[in-house]
Design a protein around this ligand. Structure first.
Ligand code: GLC
Length: 578
């Protein structure tokens, strides 16, 4: 085969680092959403023993670490993101001993474990909030939260005009013990998730202590929930902007570094949050072995997000600008380049992600007429995604992402190509966003449906009883793990092969040089000795001559002269053969 010199067509964007850097710089981290991963008890809700029993799957898949969404004591008003006790496991999910067993097994398999920390708010059933309600206005107990007098005659109006991210006002009025209406408290999310006051020293010391509790147990890091929300602007001033964590504003075309998914306003991205992360960085540094903090911060532009991962703060921040960018090669190239520019400036890795428990899965998102648009949930009567196209594009997007240097997060089920449940009965929905918007937003239940492990068992093998807390669509048999394992070209085997190649070739710690000349609809780059070509255009494009296919998201096509073509909505990994 003839080798062509493509060097003149290359532009360096990001320089390769050392494969020996801290583990989180290039790790592939798999998100387990415990209630929907695997159920061992038979109650139809996933649990920690279920996770332990299925860790072999993650080791076989070839990820480096696991992030678990909350499993702490909680009334489950927001599926566990309403924590009543930060130091205990909810009986729904098991016990602390079950957690220890899971952690030990994961470590034995070479998997690191990150847990979720929810510091912006507690559950209304947390002892602090119960004490605050009982103690009344002006009490030290109330000072840990954001209680305020109402405005207007008799305080009947909320203290400011902020809206909850889940819809409706961000304030709820309390009732005093004598039955008269009392103060209001702030909740950026559900009324059962009161916001803490991070100016209070006890709040700060309590969370440092919670970090130590889990570090002492051996966790490798924390994913920090709403990391950009804990500190509010002084005086809690009114704000008329639109607050939305999940859908951003789709009408904003991606520009230089803005996808429209960043939160704005006096409740987000205040300077004071950075003091908290500097303090937490010091806590983690007391422990051996590179423990990591990852920010869930819907902050834009990317240069602003990168401030969370300065060398004395957190270690990673989810790159939601990438997730939120439409299926458009120039826009994706722009966001990729801006991501490296921003994170390289502070010496941090980029942290790619395409799906999680808060967004419509990318296999469904990319099957919509406007691929990449982000409705907050899809239900009956809504536009239904084109399932086959969505899957093809999802595989294309995943191979693109896994070819990029940096760390990457996978959401459970994406290795199976799983779509959302897009026709769930509204009366089965549980997401508070559905209720607080009066159904205007379907909410996030569709991406939280229990995983299909076996094509033939009841409940697709999720639970020994066959029960699942949300119904799975019948068509999911074809997505089940046992229907894909060992089947060449299946989504699962494609992910496995990608993770293996990524590891062997050092792509996570590699560099990125754009390869130009393949057309505007093509994203092509070289990372170490691997060439990645993602074709988002409508027709096939030739793979550069001299490059030998390593992996393809779908079967490649061939031109009449036998040369390889990258089909539309496909990604190919290749290597030059000298
Ligand atoms: C984060 C979580 C989301 C939760 C919210 C409130 O965005 O990912 O699931 O509802 O915070 O804790």
């Amino acid at each position: 085969m003839t080798t062509i010199d493509t060097r003149p067509l290359r532009t360096l964007v990001h320089t390769a680092g050392s494969p020996e850097g801290e583990w989180w710089r290039d790790a592939v981290i798999y998100q387990v959403y415990p209630r929907s991963f695997a159920d061992a008890s038979g109650d139809g809700i996933g649990d920690l023993p279920g996770v332990t029993a299925r860790l072999d799957h993650l080791a076989e898949l070839g990820v480096d670490a696991v992030w678990l969404s909350p499993f702490y004591r909680s009334p489950q008003a927001d599926a566990g993101y309403d924590v009543a006790d930060y130091r205990d496991v909810d009986p729904l999910f098991g016990t602390l001993a079950d957690f220890d067993e899971m952690l030990e097994r994961a470590h034995r398999l070479g998997l690191r474990v990150i847990v979720d920390l929810v510091p912006n708010h507690t559950s209304d059933e947390h002892v602090w909030f119960q004490a605050a309600l009982a103690a009344g206005a002006g009490s030290p107990e109330r000072a840990r939260y954001l209680f305020r007098e109402g405005r207007g005659v008799d305080g009947t109006e909320p203290p400011n005009n902020w809206q909850s991210i889940f819809g409706g006002p961000a304030w709820t009025r309390t009732t005093d013990p004598d039955g008269t209406p009392g103060e209001w408290y702030l909740h950026l999310f559900d009324s059962r998730q009161p916001d803490l006051d991070w100016e209070h020293p006890e709040v700060r010391s309590e969370f440092e202590d919670v970090l130590r509790f889990w570090l002492d147990r051996g966790v490798d890091g924390f994913r920090i929930d709403v990391a950009h929300g804990m500190v509010k602007a002084p005086g809690l001033p009114d704000w008329d902007g639109h607050v939305s964590m999940i859908d951003g504003s789709d009408d904003v075309e991606p520009t230089d570094t803005v996808s429209g998914s960043g939160n704005q306003g006096p409740m987000f991205d205040q300077e004071g949050v950075h003091d908290i992360y500097r303090a937490w960085n010091r806590v983690l540094a007391e422990y051996p072995g590179d423990r990591a903090l990852v920010a869930e911060a819907w902050v834009e532009p990317l240069s602003r997000l990168s401030r969370y991962v300065r060398s004395d703060e957190m270690h990673q921040a989810f790159n939601f600008a990438f997730l939120a960018t439409h299926w458009h090669a120039p826009a994706l190239r722009t966001v990729v380049e801006a991501s490296y520019r921003a994170s390289d400036a502070v010496g941090a890795p980029t942290t790619w992600v395409l799906s999680n428990h808060d967004v419509v899965r990318h296999a469904s998102r990319l099957g919509l007429a406007e691929p990449g648009s982000r409705p907050n949930g899809i239900g009956r009567g809504d536009e239904q995604p084109d399932e086959a196209l969505g899957l093809q594009r999802a595989r294309c997007a995943s191979l693109l992402m896994l070819g990029l240097p940096g760390s990457a997060y996978l959401y459970q089920g994406e290795e199976l190509g799983l779509p959302d449940h897009t026709s769930l009965d509204d009366d089965l929905r549980q997401d508070p966003a559905f209720f607080r918007t009066g159904g205007a937003e379907r909410g996030r239940d569709g991406c939280r449906v229990p995983l299909p492990w076996s094509a033939t068992e009841d409940g697709f093998g999720f639970s020994p009883s066959g029960v699942t807390w949300l119904p799975q669509p019948e068509e999911w048999a074809s997505y089940a793990l046992d229907a894909q394992r060992g089947v060449p070209g299946s989504t699962y085997e494609t992910y496995r092969a990608a993770l293996q190649l990524r590891r062997e070739s050092g792509l996570g710690s590699g560099g990125l040089e754009w390869l130009r000349g393949l057309g505007d609809d093509v994203i092509a780059f070289v990372n170490r000795d691997v060439l990645v070509v993602a074709n988002l255009g409508t027709g096939p494009v030739p793979l550069p001559a001299g490059a030998e296919i390593l992996l393809a998201s779908i079967d490649p096509a061939f031109a009449d002269d036998g040369s390889v073509l990258v089909p539309s909505d496909a990604t190919i990994w290749a290597r030059y053969t000298d």
